[in-house]
Design a protein. Structure first.
Length: 299
């Protein structure tokens, strides 16, 4: 027997013994063919599953794309509405600044632009990137406008406080008998400075604080008789002279329109009247420039 041969013997329980001689080369070829078939089968199986997995991924991506496109489509009108509301808010804030003389904000600054990466190359990613960009800009504009409105609110509070402390109403109800500037002195007949307004009125006619402030002085002062001085802050003080009665005390807080005394004839006076002065940074200014409405407290 050839050493390279291989014998296969089958011994049944009954009958003839069957013997088959097979060479090693044939066995090798058989195993080789079997291995090839198994390899081809395995490759086909793997490839099939890869194709199925790829198809599944593609379907998933398609579904996700459709869902994303739908969401983007739904977001567009919402973003447009937000833009419209933001534009209205910015216009109102501009008008408030204009009406109250507040510092303007440049339109370019309101754009709150920022840098960023280029959009993705695919159409869906580009739309998504644009939508995110619009939303991001709206968020930045919202934050910017919130800060702007906070600033406007604070500035308006300052304006309101300034207006409350700025003389702006007639100090009494009467006849303007002598104005501001160089006038003829009723006692001497000489022309000399008169740093206020004289309002002729009956004795006891109420005298009002021209603005909110703190009573700085009450008492007698030569020439002006019974006098009240109110410090309004922001550099303003008002003087009320020739009073018959003083109804406030030093250090008292008064509001615009509060009664502080009555018209009198005390001090250097030819008849019952109120001498009214407005001083800014301790310099006399024309009180007529600070009387905005004659009917403010008399309606």
């Amino acid at each position: 027997m050839n050493e390279k041969d291989f014998s296969v013997m089958i011994i049944p329980q009954k009958g003839k013994v069957w013997t088959k001689k097979i060479s090693y080369s044939r066995i090798y070829i058989a195993f080789l063919v079997l291995a090839i078939f198994m390899g081809v089968g395995a490759f086909s199986t793997i490839n099939y599953f890869k194709q199925q997995l790829g198809h599944y991924d593609f379907v998933q991506l398609q579904n996700e794309k459709k869902h994303l496109e739908k969401r983007i489509s739904e977001m567009k009108p919402l973003i447009a509405d937000l833009k419209s509301q933001m534009n209205e808010l910015m216009e109102k804030e501009k008008n408030i600044r204009l009406v109250f003389g507040l510092p303007e904000v440049d339109d370019a600054v309101r754009e709150v632009g920022v840098g960023g990466p280029e959009p993705f190359p695919s159409e869906i990613d580009t739309k998504f990137d644009e939508t995110l960009g619009e939303m991001d800009k709206l968020l930045r504009q919202t934050k910017f406008e919130r800060e702007n409105l906070t600033q406007v609110h604070n500035l308006l509070l300052e304006k309101k406080d300034l207006l409350e402390h700025t003389p702006s109403i007639p100090p009494t109800r009467g006849y303007l008998s002598r104005g501001f500037g160089v006038k003829t002195d009723p006692f001497t007949g000489l022309r000399q400075p008169h740093w206020g307004l004289d309002f002729a009125a009956d004795i006891g006619t109420p005298v009002y604080a021209a603005a909110t402030g703190i009573v700085y002085f009450t008492g007698w002062r030569h020439g002006l008789g019974k006098l009240v001085i109110i410090d309004h802050g922001y550099g303003y003080r008002t003087h009320y002279g020739h009073l018959n009665k003083i109804r406030v005390k030093k250090g008292q807080i008064v509001k615009r329109g509060d009664v502080i005394g009555g018209v009198g004839n005390t001090g250097y006076s030819t008849g019952p009247h109120l001498h009214y002065e407005v001083r800014y940074n301790d310099k006399p200014v024309n009180p007529e420039d600070y009387i905005l409405s004659e009917n403010y407290i008399f309606d």
